[in-house]
Design a protein around this ligand. Structure first.
Ligand code: PMV
Length: 374
């Protein structure tokens, strides 16, 4: 597998060109402020493995969340000098945050050919998350999508002719360049990222709302995030994705994910919840299996992650429940369940699962409909 860009020999080339801004000379806006609130998302079929520039090796699908979100305000004013350096400061939850600057600097470098105005302004990026900073919940998806929405609001002011569809597609395109899964945090309620024959309009460049039929049982789906380990991630996702290069099982995994997208499309349509559960749990364990079988290898689950998984399996059998779990690249467990089981599952959480969470903490969330301008 090569790490080089595929653009030169691929028809995506044209599509990438479509995201380059053309109207910069007409720029007459000196300053302004825009604010967006954007959600986190949880993948059902996982993205793990990428090639430059931030293109997925396999398609993925996620539920957009509702309560776990980032609110970002982007204040911009014309720079006084013509320096080529990006000029910005970051204030996170009320404090200057130097530690976030390298990631944003890299993001600006990647996106400047698409939003050249990033060079013209000094930016103050003020951001806050609805979930606790040290919760082990990845904030890059909501953080990068919020910043991308703000940048698109500036582009819209500079070029009011852009369509609403282009606005959201380009926001997702930019977010992808910040953090891959962030491109699934622009729209709701189910979003697919990555080209797939059976998903209309799907692209490696941006996420698209899943537009096929979805049975009632999968509407308003619930996700309670059980905070098993609130610490910093042991393996950054960049390192994790890179472990898929030369991974002995990588090619089969990419094929499996493709097949799982076809399968989940059918399960969502038919309301086939048992099959959905088996697929979603298998995806979570496969993601972790890929990490356990990479070189170097990692175990990101903690003993309490396994205790929770066993409790879920026991509960499901004894109660005929449809609760299931999924995992991100960490120890926290996302408990997924239909809305009609909300009361029973929340009782199960307080009585049998909270004891495995760090300081008894968990966050109730549910499927949401995407980014909102504030
Ligand atoms: O967006 P990244 O590069 O942080 O990758 C995230 C990958 C997973 O969260 C593990 C899976 C996914 O599809 O969201």
């Amino acid at each position: 597998m090569s790490k080089t860009s595929i653009f030169a020999e691929n028809s995506e080339d044209l599509k990438v060109e479509d995201f380059k801004s053309k109207e910069l000379e007409e720029n007459t806006i000196d300053n302004g402020t825009v604010t967006w609130k954007t959600p986190s998302n949880i993948a059902l079929v996982k993205y793990w493995g990428k090639r430059d520039p931030q293109l997925p090796e396999n398609p993925s699908i996620s539920f957009t969340l509702n309560n776990c979100h980032t609110i970002t305000t982007l204040a911009f004013e014309k720079k006084e000098n013509n320096s080529k350096e990006f000029s910005f400061e970051v204030i996170f939850e009320g404090r200057k945050k130097e530690a976030f600057k390298p990631k944003i600097q890299k993001f600006f470098e990647r996106i400047q050919e698409y939003v050249p105005f990033v060079n013209l302004y000094h930016f103050t990026i003020t951001s806050e998350n609805s979930f606790p900073h040290s919760s082990g919940i990845a904030s890059s998806a909501s953080g990068m999508s919020a910043l991308s929405m703000c940048l698109m609001s500036i582009e819209k002011q500079l070029n009011p002719n852009i369509s609403e569809e282009y606005f959201y597609q380009k926001a997702s395109f930019l977010a992808r360049l910040g953090s891959g899964s962030a491109c699934r945090s622009v729209k709701g309620e189910l979003v697919v990222w990555g080209e797939h024959d059976e998903i209309n309009g799907s692209s490696d460049l941006y996420g698209v709302p899943f537009s096929s039929e979805v049975a009632a049982i999968f509407k308003n789906y619930q996700d309670t995030i059980l905070l098993v380990d609130k610490g910093e991630k042991q393996v950054s996702s960049t390192v994790g994705h890179n472990l898929m290069f030369n991974h002995p099982y990588a090619q089969n995994r990419f094929l499996q994910a493709k097949e799982n997208i076809s399968k989940i499309k059918t399960f969502l349509k038919e309301g086939a919840i048992s099959e959905f559960i088996a697929l979603v749990e298998s995806e979570a364990l496969t993601l972790h299996a890929m990490m356990m079988t990479s070189n170097p290898y990692f175990i990101l689950m903690k003993p309490k992650t396994l205790e929770i998984i066993n409790k879920i399996w026991e509960y499901r059998v004894s109660n005929g429940s449809n609760v299931c779990f999924t995992l991100d690249a960490g120890a926290n467990v996302h408990l997924l369940y239909p809305e009609n089981e909300k009361e029973a599952i929340r009782k199960f959480i307080t009585e049998e699962l909270a004891m495995f969470c760090q300081n008894g903490h968990y966050i109730h969330d549910e499927v949401g409909d995407g980014a909102k301008k504030i």
